[in-house]
Design a protein around this ligand. Structure first.
Ligand code: HXC
Length: 519
C-alpha cells in the first residue's frame, strides 16, 4: 500500500471511530437530549487539549455472533487533556455502542487511563452512560468491572476521582462511581440503582419508576449518593471544571492559588447583626459564608441532602478551603445521622487532599430519639468526630452561636486538634442549653413547687442564671479552648490571618496500616 493510502486509511479509520455506533444511534442519543461521549469530552476539556488513547480497540468476543459486530473504540472514549491548563485523565462511555455496556476491552481502556493518572498524579474524570455489564461477554465483563473497582480503591485519597452520570448506571456498575470522591447526576435521563424497577417488582412487588427509584433528585435528597445535580449536561461539565479549580491534582500537592481581588481586610457590618436577639431564632448560615469568602463565591456540595449542615468549597485570599457549617435555618442545625455522614465524608476528602477546613459552628446538639438511636446515630456521629480528629490539615473554627454537648466536641474543637478556634460574642458553649440544664439540675426542687406561676418564675430565674454563667464564649475562653473572641464583621480578615499562619502546618497521625473508622 502506498504511503498516501496508508495515511488515508488512518484518517478513514478515525472518521469511522468517531461515528461510534453509527449516525442513527448518534441521532437517537441527541433526540433524548443527550450529548455523545466525544461531545462531552470536548465541552469538559480545554479546547483542542484532548489526546485520545485506544481509538482502534475492539472487543474480542465471538459469542452471540459478536465477531460480526465490532465498533472502533468499543464503547468508551479514553485519554487525557487539560482543564484550565491542568492535566486530567478522562473516560466517557459511548451509549451508541452496545448501549455503552462494558466489555473486557472497554474495561482495559479505562484501567489504562487510571493507571497512568496514578503514575503522573492527575485526577480521573469518568462520564457514565451505560447499560452495565455487556451481556454477551458474561464473566469477562464482571472481571472488567472488578479491575476498575480495584483501581478506584487504590486511587482513593491519591488523585481526585469525579463521576458524572449522564445516562443509565445500573447493577454493580454503580459501585465504581460510588467509590469515587464526587458524583454528579443530570436531572434528565440519568439514574443509578443496583436493580431496576422490573426486578424490584418481581422481588418485592413494589411498583416504582426509574426516576423514583434512582433519579438524580432521589439520590441528591434522599440517599445522598450524588453530590451534585445539574439541569443539563453542559451545566454539569462546567461544574466539574469549577470543582477542579478548588482541588489539587493529587495528595502530594496543594490546590492552585487563585488570584484574589477581594480585599482581605474587608469588614462586613451586616455580620454584627446577623444573629437574632432571640437565641432560638434561625438565620441562614450561607449568608455568613457568602459575606466572608472571596467574592462571595461558594461551591456547595450535597446541597439537597441533610440541609442541617452545609459543606462546600470556597477561597480565602485565593486559598482553597473546605467549609463545614451548621445550618440554623434547617432543623435548628442539629446533628443527625445524615448530617454526620455528610460532614464526615467532606472533612475526610479535604484532609486527604490538603485542603484546609474552616468550620462555622451553631449547633444545639445531636438529634435525640428512637429514630436516630435505632439507626445508629452513635456510630454515624462517631464518624464525624473521627474525621475531624484524624484530619491533619489546618483547621480554623469560628463558633457563631450555639455549641452544645457532644456536638461541641465534634465540630472541630480545640482538643480534636482544632488549630485556631475563634468565637463571636454571641457564642454559647456549654454541656447543654438552659432549659435542659435547669430541668436536670433542679428537678427535685421543681417537683416540690405546685403553683404554676411560681414554677414558671423559678425556671425563668434559673435559666437566666445559667445563660449568664454558661451561654457565652468567655467561659471557654477562660480555659484557652477559644483562642480569641472576635467581632463578627472582622471574621474574614481573622480567618485569612489564621490560614496564613497555618500555611506551613505539619502534623501527622501515628504509623498504622489504616485506621478503623466506625462505618
Ligand atoms: C449488551 C446492551 C446492554 C448490555 C443495552 N444494550 N444494554 N448490550 N449488554 N448490558 C444494547 C441494546 O441491545 C441496544 O442495542 C442498545 O444497547 C441500546 O439499548 P436500548 O435498550 O435500545 O436503549 P434504551 O431503551 O435507552 O434502554 C437502555 C437500558 C436498557 C435501560 C440501559 O438497554 C437495559 O435495561 N439494558 C440492560 C441493563 C442491565 O440490566 N444491565 C446489566 C446490569 S448488571 P441495539 O443494537 O439495538 O442498538 C451489571 C453488573 C455489573 O451491570 C457487575 C459489576 C460487578
Amino acid at each position: 500500500m502506498a504511503f498516501e493510502d496508508k495515511i488515508k486509511q488512518l484518517l478513514d479509520k478515525r472518521v469511522e471511530a468517531k461515528l461510534g455506533g453509527g449516525q442513527k444511534r448518534i441521532d437517537a442519543q441527541h433526540a433524548k437530549g443527550k450529548l455523545t461521549a466525544r461531545e462531552r469530552i470536548e465541552i469538559l476539556l480545554d479546547e483542542g487539549s484532548f489526546e485520545e488513547f485506544d481509538m482502534f480497540v475492539t472487543h474480542r468476543c465471538s459469542d452471540f455472533d459478536m465477531q460480526n459486530q465490532t465498533f472502533l473504540s468499543d464503547g468508551v472514549i479514553t485519554g487525557y487533556g487539560t482543564i484550565d491548563g491542568r492535566l486530567v485523565y478522562v473516560y466517557s462511555q459511548d451509549f451508541t455502542v452496545f448501549g455503552g455496556s462494558l466489555s473486557e476491552s472497554f474495561a482495559k481502556k479505562i484501567c489504562k487511563v487510571m493507571d497512568q493518572a496514578m503514575k503522573v498524579g492527575a485526577p480521573v474524570i469518568g462520564i457514565n452512560d451505560s447499560g452495565g455489564a455487556r451481556i454477551q461477554e458474561g464473566v469477562n465483563s464482571l472481571a472488567g468491572y472488578a479491575e476498575i473497582f480495584q483501581r478506584n480503591i487504590l486511587a482513593s485519597g491519591v488523585v481526585p476521582q469525579i463521576s458524572a452520570i449522564f445516562g443509565p448506571c445500573a447493577g454493580g456498575a454503580v459501585y465504581s462511581p460510588a467509590l469515587t470522591d464526587f458524583i454528579m447526576m443530570s436531572k434528565e435521563n440519568s439514574y443509578m440503582f443496583v436493580t431496576g424497577p422490573k426486578v424490584v417488582k418481581t422481588v418485592t412487588g413494589e411498583d416504582v419508576t426509574d426516576e423514583k427509584l434512582g433519579g438524580a433528585m432521589i439520590h441528591a435528597s434522599k440517599s445522598g449518593v450524588t453530590h451534585f445535580v445539574v439541569e443539563s449536561e453542559n451545566e454539569g461539565l462546567m461544574m466539574i471544571r469549577k470543582l477542579m479549580s478548588y482541588l489539587p491534582s493529587n495528595n502530594l500537592e496543594e490546590a492552585p492559588l487563585a488570584p484574589c481581588v477581594d480585599p482581605i481586610d474587608r469588614l462586613d457590618d451586616s455580620l454584627n447583626n446577623i444573629i437574632p436577639e432571640n437565641q432560638n431564632k434561625p438565620y441562614d448560615v450561607k449568608d455568613v459564608i457568602h459575606c466572608i469568602v472571596d467574592e462571595g463565591e461558594f461551591l456547595e456540595v450535597h446541597r439537597h441532602y441533610a440541609a442541617n449542615i452545609v459543606v462546600g468549597f470556597a477561597r480565602f485570599n485565593g486559598t482553597s478551603v473546605g467549609i463545614v457549617a451548621n445550618q440554623p435555618n434547617y432543623m435548628a442545625g442539629v446533628l443527625d445521622i445524615n448530617a454526620s455522614r455528610k460532614g464526615a465524608r467532606f472533612v475526610r476528602f479535604c484532609d486527604a487532599f490538603n485542603i484546609p477546613i474552616v468550620t462555622l459552628v451553631d449547633v444545639p446538639g445531636f438529634l435525640p430519639g428512637t429514630g436516630q438511636e435505632y439507626n445508629g446515630i452513635i456510630v454515624h456521629g462517631a464518624k464525624f468526630l473521627f474525621a475531624y480528629g484524624e484530619a491533619t490539615v489546618p483547621k480554623v473554627t469560628v463558633t457563631l452561636r450555639k455549641s452544645y454537648g457532644g456536638a461541641h466536641d465534634v465540630m472541630s474543637c480545640k482538643q480534636l486538634r482544632g488549630d485556631i478556634n475563634y468565637a463571636w460574642p454571641s457564642a454559647e458553649i456549654a454541656v447543654m442549653g438552659a432549659s435542659g440544664a435547669t430541668e436536670v439540675l433542679y428537678g427535685r426542687q421543681l417537683k416540690d413547687i405546685t403553683n404554676a406561676d411560681e414554677k414558671a418564675k423559678f425556671i425563668a430565674d434559673k435559666e437566666t442564671e445559667y445563660n449568664e454563667k454558661f451561654a457565652n464564649p468567655y467561659n471557654a475562653a477562660k480555659y484557652g479552648y477559644i483562642d480569641d473572641i472576635i467581632e463578627p464583621r472582622n471574621t474574614r480578615f481573622r480567618i485569612i490571618r489564621a490560614l496564613q499562619a497555618l500555611a506551613t502546618k505539619k502534623d501527622q497521625n501515628p504509623m498504622k496500616k489504616h485506621s478503623n473508622i466506625p462505618l
